[in-house]
Design a protein around this ligand. Structure first.
Ligand SMILES: [Zn+2]
Length: 327
C-alpha cells in the first residue's frame, strides 16, 4: 500500500470510528441526563442555543462573552474592538449587541482560534461588515472546502467568501490593539491543525481555544489532524508562556488559572500513559474502554460533552492511528 492509500485508509478508519463515538456518547453537564442516540455535537448545540449569554470583565478593555458556543473574548481600544471567536451563527445578533454594549466600539478585526462551527458561526456576519478575519492558515483551508467530521458534524465547510479569513499566518503573528500586545501562536496540530493561542500583554491573558475546555475531557478532532500528543505539546508551550497570575480563557467554561491548566495537563499525560500501556498489551479499543483507564479522573473531568468512554476511544485512536504519535 503506498503512502496515499495508507492516508486514505487512516482517514476512512477515523471517520468510521468517530461515527461509532458519536453514537456512544452519553455524558452531559449541568445534571442533564443522557439521551440515547444524541451526538456530542447535538448535545453541545442544545446548550449553545439555550444558555444565557454572559459578559465577564477581565481587564481594562477586555471582556469575555460565554454561553453562545465557544467563549468569545474582546479587546477594545479608542476606536475599535478586536474579537476572538464568533460563537454560533444562530446567536450572532445577540452576541454582537452584547459586544457593542460592553465596548461601545465597532468590531474591526476577528481572530478565529480554530475552524469549528461554535467558534466561527459569526464569521458570515462580521465578514459581511468588512471585518478583517485572522487565523492560522489551515483554518481558511478547512472553511473553504468540505469538511465531513462525523463527531463535529454540523458544518460541511464551504463557508461563503465573506466568512473566510482575510489574513493568515503559519506559526506566529503579532499585532497591537490599544495598549495591548497580542501574540498569535500555533504550536502544531493539537485540537485541530489550525489552532491559535492568543497571548495578551500586559493584561496577562491567554486565550487557548478548545485546547482546554474547563473542566471537561476535550474533543480532539482527529479528522482535522488533532492528536493527544499534540494537545500535550501545545499545553507545554502555553504553560511555558504563562505565570500564576495569567487569566486563561478556555474554549468553553469559566476562566481558569495556570494551576488548572497544570491539573489538566497532568490528567492528559496520565490517561495517555495508561491507554498506551493497554495498546502495548494488545488490547482492543473495546477492551481499553472496559478497563476504565480514566476512572479516577471521571468525577472531575467526565461530566462535559465528552464522556469517559468517548474520551478513551479518542485517545486510543490517536495513539494507534495518528501520524505524529511519537512527537
Ligand atoms: Zn473545537
Amino acid at each position: 500500500m503506498n503512502i496515499l492509500q495508507n492516508m486514505r485508509f487512516s482517514f476512512a478508519f477515523i471517520q468510521a470510528l468517530l461515527c461509532t463515538l458519536v453514537m456512544s456518547a452519553t455524558a452531559w453537564p449541568a445534571g442533564g441526563q443522557a439521551r440515547t442516540g444524541e451526538t456530542v455535537i447535538q448535545k453541545a448545540t442544545e446548550q449553545f442555543e439555550s444558555s444565557p449569554l454572559q459578559t465577564s470583565y477581565l481587564d481594562k478593555g477586555i471582556w469575555m462573552f460565554s454561553g453562545d458556543g465557544g467563549n468569545v473574548t474582546t479587546i477594545a481600544d479608542q476606536g475599535s474592538t478586536l474579537v476572538i471567536d464568533s460563537g454560533v451563527a444562530s446567536r450572532i445578533s445577540e452576541l454582537s449587541d452584547a459586544i457593542f454594549k460592553a465596548t461601545s466600539r465597532p468590531v474591526t478585526r476577528l481572530i478565529n482560534t480554530h475552524w469549528h462551527f461554535d467558534h466561527t458561526g459569526g464569521n458570515v456576519y462580521f465578514g459581511s461588515l468588512s471585518v478583517n478575519i485572522i487565523s492560522q492558515e489551515n483554518v481558511k483551508n478547512r472553511l473553504e472546502s468540505a469538511q465531513d467530521v462525523p463527531f463535529i458534524g454540523l458544518r460541511d465547510g464551504y463557508y461563503p467568501p465573506q466568512a473566510l479569513p482575510t489574513v493568515t499566518y503559519s506559526s506566529s503573528m503579532t499585532l497591537n490593539q490599544g495598549g495591548q500586545h497580542v501574540t498569535l501562536a500555533n504550536y502544531g496540530p493539537a485540537h485541530t491543525d489550525g489552532d491559535t493561542i492568543i497571548f495578551i500583554s500586559p493584561a496577562n491573558v491567554a486565550v487557548v481555544g478548545d485546547i482546554f475546555s474547563n473542566p471537561f475531557y476535550p474533543i480532539i478532532d482527529l479528522a482535522s489532524a488533532g492528536s493527544i500528543d499534540g494537545m500535550i505539546h501545545s499545553l507545554d508551550q502555553i504553560l511555558a508562556q504563562t505565570d500564576a497570575q495569567t487569566k486563561i480563557v478556555p474554549g468553553h467554561g469559566p476562566i481558569a488559572t495556570r494551576s488548572d491548566l497544570w491539573d489538566y495537563r497532568d490528567m492528559l499525560v496520565q490517561v495517555r500513559q495508561r491507554i498506551k500501556a493497554l495498546v502495548e498489551a494488545g488490547k482492543t479499543i473495546d477492551e481499553a474502554v472496559a478497563a476504565a483507564p480514566t476512572k479516577e479522573f471521571d468525577a472531575k473531568w467526565g461530566r462535559g460533552y465528552v464522556s469517559p468512554d468517548v474520551f478513551v476511544r479518542i485517545v486510543f485512536t490517536s495513539l494507534t492511528h495518528s501520524g505524529n504519535a511519537n512527537r
